[in-house]
Unconditional design. Structure first.
Lengths: 629, 345, 528
């Protein structure tokens, strides 16, 4: 069957679904949805439909991003706008079947908004909400819209059109299109993708490989998983185009073994692509042949580093190769020319080819075109995956899309780029999001983690937290990373314990620079970023810890103390009864006292003390208790 | 191979194309501190101690940097010094301070590098000390493994891989818990290790150290007495005993390599069961005798059995000179060609 | 070896046949592994799945004792496919037509049947060897310890000659000599048919030369070989045996025969460093010095004569072997044994031996010399047969061959085939290595290596004590279940007196080399 015929058939199927007479219940069942209970919600819908004798199709789709609203269900009634419901429960499912499918009440208080052009009175269009308005959904174009297990859904939505078009172009033209798009590698390094493809094309050798890095290891980053789970074919199509462009016949997807659903989706998608003739011998009737293997990752963070990743595929220990070394495009997997890109980079390729480089570059900044995806987490109201045009400011992301700081707190810092990123203070909130601006500010784009912190966060503790991660995940081969992160961590731990020495700050900075300058790979070179950026912007907090034994955010337990304010304590005994170490004594209706020798600073007493009394106070440094007393 | 000229710290030196900067420096007698480099092995670039500044621009490691015409290298750039010093300090902060009782004392590369970068008590005391306390692996009869002294240079791993192709050890674990390990982290004696000791010889510290070894007072060049390969050895002598064997780097046969028997199988020489006097059979029992008594007995019998009644079996284990005389004795004195030896076994 | 050890790593193809190199010649094996690592084709021909197979391009797992068929099969492929070095064959070889004629029996179907190696593999190996030069052949006792060992060597020689792999670097026919000075003791004429440097006893000119030098008249008759000596001791013909540094109780094939012989003989002198199993049977035991206690030379497998130097005083009253012989000769009234230093002995050797003529201790000082070294100042000969062979015609003989099976093959009574091998940690009968506590710790007992399939059929578990019996004797040993041995084949070393393997082995001899067939005999294994 020709591509046009395949596409036509797929569109028919899609159109029938969209414009049919049967309502659709579209449930996000990516890993995020599932962990929020989506599968139980589906069961509840099925039961209710059966019980009430209502006809409707349940479609499983990927994730559209708003984690805070999971499980997310869209209901499309024939002729009506698609309505998105947030935090759907089993009870709500039954209620929705009754009220909206049988009746005609869309239950606006459950909704997130409407999707598409049509509107419903009393429900906003999702794209008009502050949370979505600044977003630009490109990589996520199909996530949450199509059934990822149905290749026809993908085909009906421009799927494989890029490949079809590319196969009609020369390899050079494909590479040129990629270059002109200005797409930069979405794995974090930001190396121009087109130039990498060009190097892959120019590399000498009859055997070349295309490798997709889906070893998403940064804590809190899960956008690659969302793309694979929600739109696996976009990655596969991108890899096939890349294979064609550089002259490779084999591709590998190195995907985290901890992503079983993503692996299943990929396996299924690869099988379907074979059936339709997009993979295998003589793709779409051309001389070009290409196949893709899935390689479940070895479970090490460092395997996300490209050279460690290729070694891991070879069955060796995943350790970054030591520079000076040939580029991966010259000698990568099995020492053959290898084009290695991130999931989102490959996923971007089909639309660049289909819609053209100019279209792609129409959003973003001059040097960072297209969109960026972030996993927005921490102390913001709206956590989740967001896709925004490059150039948007941190402030817009946190306060518009993120809905501001949770619990009415005050912004303190935002950490971008995962464990190797940096922490930026309020003064830098207007920094535009692009590779170069973040770099200049002392952070990185990285894989797209974005952790928002409020004033209850201790910045020394934050640095300690990230170093704890990099120390454990260092591959251990080079001294500066293996022992440098360990030393940095030990010093940070000491500072958090009040054992910091005057010279520690100087040593932290000195060592951080040596770890940066001396380490073998990017992971080591950036490992000290959290230390350097927190010292740079929050030096006073370090000094307070070291000089005054004070944790201003009142986080570091050895530096804080809890005590009960005599004039406020009503003697309700709640605190004494909750204290896990029985450190609180006092009779009913009388003022209670915390025995500092027994107290473990767990803070339960403060939590338990009724708001109307607010009799427990946390102080730092500990000596302050004496002053109060 | 064409030759190129590079400059290291203002000194112009010539080097062969294909050499690394470190090799070029060493070939010209210039010391660039390093720990994980070994002339027999491919450069690994892991210790980061050989860091230099290239062309006043790039901080890089010299052990993997190929020389290029006109290249200008600085080993004393402040940034280079800082990284190098911190790196060595980090190693020392994680290393036991037991130099005096250490097998590697005075030949320890970490000591050498520490002296070169100028480690002082003050600079070290800034650090948090964290020496590991992994139990010694004493399972091998010839050498011990002390992970606490290991600096993870990987020379042992590369020796076992690149030179011996045995691959008994490799890196295991991650981060600061990383260690050189056998498969499944079993004791080395339960691994596929062949005890050749090539890693022990190359260990720059004493993470791998020969068991209870006496330092020789002098060495004598000789040839291994086991198989027909004929490896050159240095016999370590102390008093009237052989206390060790070292491969002869200059010998064209083995270039310093030895196997387990050659390196460690010397204790038969001073074994208490050595025959120290002639023995003569009396009433069916072998008893100690003087040389005169033994030889008289032999002369008596051999005189009776000259010619075809006599045979000698010489040995493939003794010297040419010994063997020559035995066949000469058989032919010229005993009058027979009944001389053979164990060549066929 | 026709070529040098250091050349091995430069070979484009290596055929390692009948050599368990990593165990028996570990340091030389480094060169083989280095070559394989650098991309050389390594063809391992061995009935067992030995360690070297890990590095091999092809493993030809021939049935023991079928090497002639395997090699002639390879030759057949090379000839049929026109892969011979025609120029080399024409200018440097003779007997081509006779060889070709003898190839009729070696069509690959027949060869596959004999060797049980798939014919495609044989053809692949042949092509690799013939078309990727220089190609080096390494072989060891797996080739020679057969009743047709000489034929095996001829077959190897044929293969190398037809492809022009002699007289050039990193090629050659390279027997790996087992003992430190086995090359030297042959060179020194410790053989019944030759004086030093392989000068024939039966050649009157040679004899005259030695008679003149030694001032005696010499027997023109060839002497007896090792196994013939034991036969004649058995018969009572030989009354006195002077045995130096050898332990036939453990090392001799069909050892019971040798033991019996020695028990009955009139006078046995054993000269050794330890009271070996054999020494215990002697009438007189003489304490010898080890290599560390004397000066001298060893000649290694690549013909390199190297200096051994005295490092410590002789232990107790032990003396160097040469000193003992001199003393003995003098007491028997002989002349020509007045040597003060081994260096003087070497001077006499050089004066009588053309290939050693240029050898003297000063010249050996740096790194030894590889013979032939025809005159002082000559640098030695790392590579033999460059341009010319040392034959009358100057050409090498191609030898027509036919296949003969081993003398004793498994049958209903003795259903398994036993072959012998060596452990990395022990040497020969273990008189030295078993006295090194560390080596003993690493490897302390004999095992019968047996395929799990055979073991299952016999109801045997791992490390189970069994009795192993051949037509000549029996011993007990523990099993080690391993896939190194294919089904039907069992294997033992002969390092351990507790389980003397050579009471089992066959003393069937090669008719030319008189070497016993210790690599093939039939045995039965039973639970104890």
């Amino acid at each position: 069957m020709s591509f046009a015929e395949l596409q036509k058939k797929a569109r028919q199927e899609w159109d029938e679904l969209q414009n049919g007479d049967i309502p659709q219940i579209i449930v996000g069942t990516a890993t995020c949805g599932r962990s929020a209970g989506a599968m139980a919600v589906i069961k509840a819908f099925e039961d209710a439909l059966k019980e009430k004798g209502v006809q409707a199709v349940i479609v499983e789709v990927g994730c559209i991003g708003p984690c805070y609203a999971e499980p997310l269900v869209n209901i499309a009634k024939p002729g009506k706008a698609v309505i998105a419901y947030r935090n759907v429960t089993k009870a709500m499912a039954a209620e929705l079947v009754d009220s909206y499918l049988i009746g005609d009440d869309p239950l606006p208080h459950y909704t997130l908004g409407t999707i598409g052009e049509k509107t419903v009175e009393g429900i906003p269009r999702i794209l008009d909400t502050p949370s979505f308005k600044p977003q630009e959904r490109r990589v996520f174009r199909n996530c949450g819209i199509i059934d990822p297990t149905n290749i026809n859904h993908y085909l009906a939505n421009e799927g494989y059109a890029g490949l079809n078009k590319a196969l009609g172009m020369t390899q050079e033209a494909v590479v040129d299109e990629m270059k002109r798009s200005g797409l930069r590698g979405r794995g974090g390094g930001g190396f121009p993708a087109g130039r990498k493809w060009e190097a892959g094309l120019k590399a000498k050798g009859s055997q070349k490989y295309v490798v997709c890095n889906a070893d998403e290891g940064d804590p809190g980053a899960f956008m690659d998983r969302a793309v694979i789970e929600g739109d696996p074919h976009s990655v596969i199509e991108g890899m096939i185009i890349a294979g064609y462009a550089i002259g490779a016949d084999t591709g590998y997807i190195y995907v985290r073994a901890e992503y079983p659903l993503a692996i299943r989706r990929l396996e299924r998608a690869i099988k379907q692509a074979h059936e339709k003739g997009f993979l295998g011998k003589n793709i779409l009737g051309t001389d070009f042949s290409f196949d893709i293997n899935i390689f479940p990752g070895a479970g090490a963070f460092v395997c996300g580093e490209s050279t460690a990743l290729t070694l891991s595929i070879e069955g060796k220990r995943g350790m970054p190769r030591v520079a000076p070394r040939p580029r991966t495009t010259e000698a990568g997997l099995y020492d053959k020319p290898t084009l290695l890109n991130n999931v989102k980079t490959f996923s971007s390729a089909p639309m660049i080819i289909t819609r053209g480089a100019e279209w792609f570059a129409s959003v973003g900044t001059e040097k960072s075109t297209g969109t960026a995806i972030f996993a927005l987490t921490g102390k913001v109201n709206n956590c989740g995956l967001i896709e925004v045009p490059m150039g948007i400011t941190l402030r817009e992301i946190i306060f518009d899309i993120g809905g501001g700081i949770a619990d009415g707190g005050k912004f303190k810092a935002v950490q971008t780029g995962g464990p190797s990123g940096g922490c930026l203070p309020e003064a830098l909130l207007d920094t535009p999001i692009d590779y170069d601006s973040l770099d200049a500010a002392g952070s990185i784009m990285g894989s797209g983690g974005m952790v928002v912190m409020d004033e209850k966060t201790c910045m020394v503790d934050v640095a300690r937290y990230f170093l704890d991660f990099t120390e454990i995940e260092s591959c251990g081969q080079c001294v500066p990373c293996r022992l440098g992160t360990k030393q940095l961590l030990d010093i940070l731990k000491d500072i958090c314990k009040g054992k910091g020495k005057k010279k520690d700050l100087e040593l932290l900075v000195e060592l951080s620079h040596s770890v940066h300058g001396g380490s073998v790979c990017g992971l080591g070179q950036t490992a000290a970023n959290p230390v350097l950026s927190t010292i740079r912007y929050f030096r006073d907090e370090y000094e307070a810890h070291i000089n005054d034994k004070c944790c201003p955010a009142k986080v570091c337990k050895p530096l804080i103390a809890f005590h009960i304010l005599e004039d406020k304590c009503a003697g309700c005994t709640l605190c004494a009864r909750s204290c896990p170490v029985s450190a609180i004594s006092g009779e009913k209706k009388k003022v209670h006292v915390i025995d500092q020798k027994l107290c473990v600073q767990c803070g339960v007493c403060m939590e338990k003390c009724p708001k109307k009394f607010s009799a427990v106070e946390c102080v730092s440094p500990k000596e302050k208790i004496m002053e109060v007393a | 191979m064409s030759s190129v000229t590079i400059t290291i710290d203002g000194i112009k030196i010539s080097a062969e194309e294909g050499m690394t900067v470190l090799q070029a420096a060493q070939a010209n007698g210039l010391y660039i501190p390093n720990l994980c480099n070994h002339p027999d092995l491919r450069p690994a670039g892991l210790c980061r101690v050989c860091v230099v500044k290239q062309d006043d621009w790039k901080i890089t490691i010299s052990c993997k940097l190929p020389v290029k015409e006109g290249m200008v290298i600085s080993t004393e750039d402040p940034a280079v010094q800082q990284i190098r010093k911190n790196t060595v300090e980090l190693l020392i902060a994680n290393h036991p301070m037991t130099c005096l009782t250490c097998e590697a004392d005075s030949k320890c590369e970490l000591q050498r590098v520490a002296h070169y970068v100028g480690i002082t008590p003050d600079s070290i005391n800034r650090y948090r000390r964290s020496v590991r306390s992994i139990p010694l692996d004493t399972s091998n009869p010839f050498f011990d493994i002390d992970h606490n002294k290991c600096i993870m240079c990987g020379i042992c791993v590369r020796t076992c891989d690149e030179l011996q192709n045995i691959n008994a050890i490799d890196y295991a674990q991650r981060g600061v818990a990383s260690l050189i390990s056998t498969l499944g982290n079993k004791p080395i004696a339960e691994s596929r290790c062949e005890s050749c000791g090539e890693c022990v010889v190359r260990c720059p510290v004493a993470a791998l150290a020969t068991k209870k070894s006496l330092q020789p007072m002098r060495e004598v060049r000789s040839i291994c007495s086991y198989c027909g390969v004929g490896c050159g050895i240095h016999l370590g002598v102390r008093g009237d005993k052989i206390v060790g064997v070292r491969g002869d780097q200059e010998n064209p046969v083995n270039r310093g390599s030895l196997c387990v028997k050659g390196r460690f199988g010397y204790r038969f020489i001073n074994h208490p069961e050595r025959l120290t006097t002639p023995l003569v059979k009396k009433d069916g029992v072998l008893v100690e005798a003087s040389w005169d008594e033994a030889l008289d007995r032999i002369v008596e019998k051999f005189s009776e059995h000259k010619g075809e009644k006599f045979a000698a079996l010489a040995s493939a284990r003794i010297t040419n000179e010994d063997n020559y005389l035995i066949q000469k004795f058989t032919r010229a004195v005993m009058g027979t060609n009944n001389i053979d030896h164990c060549a066929r076994l | 070896m026709t070529n040098s050890i250091s050349e091995i790593s430069g070979a484009a193809t290596i055929l390692a046949i009948g050599t368990n190199t990593t165990q028996a010649h570990p340091v030389l094996a480094l060169q083989v592994k280095k070559a394989a690592r650098n991309g050389a084709n390594l063809i391992v021909a061995n009935p067992k799945d030995i360690d070297l197979c890990r590095h091999a391009t092809i493993h030809l797992q021939q049935r023991p004792g079928t090497d002639v068929a395997l090699l002639m099969g390879m030759i057949r492929v090379i000839v049929d496919e026109g892969l011979t070095d025609k120029d080399f064959v024409k200018t440097r070889c003779e007997g081509y037509d006779e060889l070709i004629a003898s190839l009729v029996d070696f069509d690959l179907d027949s060869v596959e049947k004999i060797t049980s190696v798939p014919k495609e593999e044989i053809a692949r190996a042949a092509r690799l060897y013939a078309t990727n030069g220089p190609a080096s052949i390494l072989y060891c006792m797996g080739i020679t310890q057969h009743s047709h060992g000489t034929d095996n060597v001829w077959a190897i020689s044929n293969l190398a000659l037809l492809t022009g792999n002699l007289g050039k670097a990193s090629a050659g026919v390279n027997p790996l000599r087992g003992q430190n000075n086995v090359q030297g003791s042959c060179d020194m004429g410790c053989l019944p048919d030759v004086y030093t440097g392989y000068q024939k006893v039966e050649n009157p000119d040679c004899r005259k030369k030695f008679e003149a030098a030694w001032g005696v008249s010499l027997s023109p008759k060839q002497g007896l070989t090792h196994s013939e000596i034991f036969d004649q001791i058995h018969d009572g013909t030989i009354k006195s045996l002077y045995l130096i540094g050898e332990n036939p109780v453990l090392s001799e094939a069909n050892a019971s025969h040798a033991i019996e012989a020695m028990e009955h003989m009139d006078f046995l002198v054993v000269q050794d460093i330890f009271l070996t199993e054999t020494a215990k049977m002697a009438d007189v035991v003489l304490p010898a010095a080890t290599f560390a206690e004397k000066n001298g030379t060893f000649t290694n497998t690549e013909r390199r004569i190297q200096r051994v130097r005295q490092a410590i005083p002789q232990v107790g009253e032990a003396k160097a072997d040469w000193q003992i012989v001199c003393e003995m000769a003098k007491r028997l009234g002989a002349k020509g044994f007045d040597f003060n230093e081994p260096e003087e002995i070497m001077a006499e050797i050089a004066s009588l031996t053309p290939s050693y003529a240029g050898i003297g201790y000063p010249a050996l000082e740096k790194s030894g010399i590889q013979w032939p070294c025809p005159e002082p100042g000559h640098p030695g000969t790392p590579m033999l047969h460059v341009g010319k062979f040392p034959t009358v015609s100057g050409k090498a003989r191609l030898m027509p061959l036919s296949f003969r099976d081993s003398v004793e093959l498994p049958d209903a009574e003795y259903p398994l085939l036993l072959t012998t091998d060596r452990s990395l940690f022990h040497y020969h009968t273990g008189s030295m290595t078993r006295r090194v506590a560390g080596l003993e710790q690493l490897d302390s007992e004999e095992f019968l290596k047996i395929n799990p399939k055979d073991a299952a059929e016999l109801g045997l578990g791992d490390r189970e004590m069994v009795q192993i019996t051949s037509r000549r004797g029996q011993t007990t040993v523990k099993t080690k279940l391993t896939r190194i041995c294919p089904p039907g084949l069992v294997s033992m070393t002969f390092h351990f007196a507790e389980s003397p393997t050579n009471v089992l082995t066959s003393s069937a001899l090669d008719p030319v080399a008189k070497i016993p067939e210790t690599k093939v005999c039939a045995v039965r294994v039973e639970k104890v």
